[in-house]
Write a protein that binds this ligand. Structure first.
Ligand code: 3PG
Length: 345
């Protein structure tokens, strides 16, 4: 995102503006122009925040003097911020997956899909309980779907996290949104966790079933057919998405956007939906299209994976009311938890 913003800025700068010598070195977090014809009024700058091209000019979130080491902006510039919650870059990353808490349409047993409904009181409680279970696991970035039930779940869960960092939803939907949501304090940024919302993580689109009661639908169309629509891999509901179609966007997004963050040592939480997560778990656990049929995810129950040496290892999810003894903590996670216990930053 930030690269694109800078790339956009560079692209919109008229090419006559820089001489051969001053070709912009586009290095995320650092863009320097030495315009030959004063297209810009400024010398090389070290961008601490990420600027966005507006009419070709770079506006900077936070300017630092050349002597200051550039600090990537973890909120505006999550992919390059090296402010991981672990004191040093971790050789392994934690990946928490959580299906949203119970929604108002889950309670009414209605097919929801991409209809944007909020959590019930019980769903709020589930999200808070989930937060207690993951309160000792590091989280550097959060990804949610574009739907409020997933976003509520993520934010409520993080109210329980012992690190007390502030999750901040990134707004890139327009240039103005980017400009108006900038943060101008490095200390505040260090206490923030970027929350990336992505429609690709939305629940599968349930087509003409959305809003229908699941029981009535089974009575109308037959239990077997409705079960196939709900749980098969490649049979879509009428004018809706099959799990396969959902996977094509959700797993692609995971591979393109989230896996590189894990590879860089970032600890990630994804708050999404029953089917978008089933498709991701199918990828993580290498399930066949037959095996995924029986995969069911409860609302608001966090699952923990460790990403290490390019592999995903499932470390359990809490069955008991407390997480103690449920998550198989790795040494890294145990050290992180000890730092929290010792109240170390
Ligand atoms: O979209 C919905 O209705 C639910 O979130 C998931 O429904 P399902 O369990 O029938 O897939």
């Amino acid at each position: 995102m930030a690269t694109a913003a800078i790339g956009q800025a560079i692209r919109t700068v008229p090419s006559h503006c820089y001489s051969e010598r001053s070709r912009p070195e586009k290095e995320l977090g650092y863009v320097s122009f030495r315009p030959s014809q004063n297209c810009f009024k400024f010398e090389a700058q070290r961008l601490v925040g990420i600027g966005h091209g507006i009419d070709g000019r770079i506006t900077t979130a936070i300017k630092a003097s050349a002597s200051q080491a550039p600090v990537a902006n973890p909120v505006l510039n999550p992919s390059k911020s090296d402010l991981s919650d672990s004191p040093k870059k971790s050789k392994e990353s934690a990946l928490i997956l959580i299906r949203h808490g119970e929604s108002l349409w889950n309670e009414k047993n209605l097919f929801t899909g991409c209809v944007d409904v909020p959590l019930t009181k019980k769903g709020v409680e589930e999200a808070i309980e989930a937060g207690k279970r993951i309160s000792n696991i590091p989280v550097d970035m959060i990804y949610t779907s574009a739907l409020i039930r997933a976003q509520m779940t993520a934010m409520l869960a993080m109210t329980q996290h012992r690190r007390k960092k502030v999750p901040i939803v990134l707004h890139n939907e327009s240039e103005q949104a980017k400009q108006w949501s900038k943060i101008f304090s490095e200390d505040t940024l260090k206490q923030s966790i970027p929350v990336v919302t992505a429609w690709q993580l939305n629940e599968r689109m349930y087509g003409e079933l959305q809003g229908l009661n699941k029981q009535e639908t089974a009575e109308r169309y037959g239990k077997e057919l409705v079960h196939e629509w709900r749980r098969s891999y490649d049979i879509p509901p009428p004018n809706g998405e099959s799990l396969e179609m959902c996977a094509e966007r959700a797993v692609a997004y995971f591979k393109d956007q989230i896996e590189p963050q894990l590879q860089s040592g970032k600890h990630i939480m994804i708050a999404a939906h029953g089917n978008s997560l089933r498709s991701i778990i199918m990828y993580l656990d290498k399930l066949t299209s037959q095996e995924v049929i029986s995969l069911e995810l409860s609302t608001g129950v966090p699952m923990l994976y460790i990403f290490k040496d390019g592999k995903f290892i499932r470390r359990g999810s809490p069955a008991a009311p407390s997480e103690v003894g449920v998550y198989a903590y790795t040494k890294t996670l145990a050290k992180y938890r000890q730092r929290l216990d010792d109240k170390l930053p």
